[in-house]
Design a protein around this ligand. Structure first.
Ligand SMILES: [Cu+2]
Length: 599
């Protein structure tokens, strides 16, 4: 199709009255309306992208009781009998009364405007379920240089809320999926079998991966024939289904090949099916993939049972116990998209850690390493600790792509969708019986609490945090680097990058293998920017220094409303078609994704 026509199809629709549902519907309608090209929209960089549904007030109800109010905490008093809800709102700038080393960027709450869906069942009290640890998957076989794993994507039921059965889609039927550990200099091959009623795509988030194993959004693993046929791009009224001639599809199984990873890092794998990533991940298709290396293994950091992955994800529950998600077509087989209420993203009122609501973990008087992943579809968190030894806080040691150069003490940090923060919490000065609660300063009511640690055993601890962790070659921008600009923009009924919704046949950039480019991302809403098969250093935010949570090698960078973030992006050596996109999964599903080509 011609470019002008293309543009028209994407950019018209300005006059559409009703808020729509998905870009596919938009394309269908606009496709019949001719090629009216709309000039750049006014107000792109004004703030306040259009009202919204509000984050929802505090949840009354069954949750009550255990969440301490932040003001009480800041006064140093522990009223454990406090029965009112927390409000960690934007005016709580110096919550802990000591260091305010951050707050969130620019004073905007990144969750503003995103709907928080309310569960239709009674929520359990917090801190009852022990923290589950996802099972580490054993290889089915090993060769001289490769570990082979097998995963079956399957429907299952999980008791997430006590006494309630929730249907999930899980890797090996579990949520989170099993953890894959990739040892130094080892290749990993994961044989994924799809027994779900829909196509799937597995993406190793943060992986350095050849394109045919990266989980390109149309590289489907097709389900059993009894579930019918699935075009790459589903049909909508008035528009036939389309296909992507470059898609590399397989039937039922696919071997995903992951070469040795360049650095030890907390990676994760999740579904990445075009148009349906949000609801598929929400149903449970996410797990950890931890890459190790010799450099990190040699450090005296906490190890073994004191090296703990924490997958934080919010969910809401429908009256029948299922996950509540506003899909237009809940079977996820034909029509993509969500109801208008979910257009800006889907948040729930239950905070799960490793699949359990507000769990509790018994800890020794020792240091622990926590690999914190925000696997939420749309929610951003500002994590902090309520701690009787005030001032203990976190020590950040790593980020998306592994260790920082040096440890970074943080009282609090903001973590947006898909980001990882490796932190150490030091319980060695605590007494048995002390309770340390991880809270979310961007939440209110039930979402202001994440989990609790209870110091249960006095133990000696030989771990330590060395003052030098790793070497990070700091990238200094030079004039010979290719520069590109990408405008992340809310269209009337979709989400766009440089005014285009995702189209498998269109590439927005051609880059050289192993090269480093300077990309500037401009945004009129808050978006976690993510790029595949590349790593990022944040160079500047609005021409100022990077923020306090931007250290190290990233693959997902939070871009605030109205902000302009300059990124040095270093591409991996594998040729082929890859994507970059917003990691608010509803934005991604509604078009905010683009191809780039390494060539
Ligand atoms: Cu976004």
């Amino acid at each position: 199709m011609g470019d002008a026509d293309d543009q028209g199809r994407r950019q018209a629709g300005q006059g559409m009255s009703k808020a729509v549902v998905s870009r596919r519907a938009l394309l269908a309608i606009v496709g019949t309306a001719g090629a009216a090209v709309v000039a750049d929209r006014a107000g792109l960089f004004s703030s306040g992208g259009g009202g919204g549904d509000g984050g929802g007030g505090p949840q009354a109800s069954s949750f009550g009781g255990s969440t301490k109010d932040s003001h009480e905490e800041s006064n140093g008093d522990h009223h454990s009998s406090s029965h009112h809800e927390s409000h960690h709102d934007s005016d709580h700038g110096d919550w802990d009364g000591s260091h305010n080393d951050g707050g969130y960027y620019g004073g905007h709450n990144p969750n503003d405007g995103i709907t928080e869906f309310k569960s239709e069942i009674a929520l359990p009290p917090p801190f009852r379920r022990p923290l589950p640890i996802p099972q580490e998957l054993a290889p089915s076989r090993r060769s001289s240089d490769t570990d082979y794993y097998e995963i079956v994507q399957s429907q299952a039921k999980a008791e997430i809320i006590p006494g309630v059965q929730t249907p999930i889609w899980g890797y090996n039927g579990t949520f989170p999926g099993p953890t894959i550990v990739q040892n130094p200099n080892r290749r990993v091959v994961v044989r994924q079998r799809n027994t779900l009623p829909v196509p799937t795509v597995v993406h190793l988030h943060g992986g350095t991966t050849p394109h045919d194993s990266d989980g390109y959004p149309t590289d489907f693993v097709l389900p059993a024939a009894k579930y019918g046929t699935f075009p790459v791009m589903p049909a909508m009224a008035g528009m036939p289904a389309m296909s992507d001639p470059e898609a590399e599809m397989t039937k039922l199984v696919r071997n995903y090949v992951y070469p040795p990873q360049p650095r030890a890092a907390t990676l994760w794998y999740h579904d990445h099916r075009m148009d349906f990533t949000g609801p598929s991940v929400y149903r449970g298709l996410a797990g950890f993939h931890i890459a190790r290396d010799r450099e990190e293994e040699a450090l005296p950091l906490p190890k073994g049972p004191r090296d703990v992955p924490l997958m934080i994800a919010d969910r809401a529950f429908a009256a029948d116990g299922s996950f509540l998600y506003p899909s237009l077509e809940p079977r996820l087989r034909s029509t993509p998209g969500v109801e208008e209420s979910g257009m800006k993203g889907v948040m729930g009122d239950v905070i799960l850690v490793n699949g359990a609501p507000w769990p509790v973990m018994e800890v020794d008087t020792a240091r622990y390493r926590f690999r914190i992943l925000n696997a939420s579809n749309a929610r951003t968190y500002q994590l902090a600790l309520e701690d009787p030894l005030r001032g203990v806080g976190f020590t950040q040691i790593g980020t998306d792509h592994g260790l920082l150069a040096a440890p970074l003490p943080l009282k609090t940090f903001q973590i947006s969708g898909a980001q990882r923060f490796d932190v150490v919490i030091d319980f060695s000065k605590h007494k048995v019986g002390d309770e340390v609660t991880m809270i979310n300063r961007l939440g209110s009511g039930s979402t202001a609490t994440v989990m609790r640690f209870v110091v249960s055993r006095a133990m000696k601890d030989k771990s330590s945090i060395p003052s030098k962790l790793s070497t990070i070659d700091k990238i200094t921008p030079t004039s010979d680097m290719t520069q590109r600009f990408f405008k992340f923009h809310r269209g009337p009924d979709d989400w766009t990058i440089n005014d285009r919704v995702f189209e498998p046949s269109f590439s927005q950039a051609e880059v050289k293998p192993g090269s480093t480019e300077l990309w500037t991302v401009l945004s009129d809403f808050h978006h976690p920017f993510h790029i595949h098969n590349a790593t990022i250093q944040v160079i500047s935010r609005d021409h100022q220094a990077p923020g306090p949570y931007d250290q190290g090698w990233k693959d997902t960078v939070f871009v605030n409303e109205g902000e302009q973030v300059e990124l040095a992006i270093r591409f991996a050596d594998f040729d082929g078609r890859y994507v970059f996109h917003c990691h608010n999964l509803e934005h991604e599903d509604m078009g905010m994704m683009a191809n780039f080509q390494i060539t």
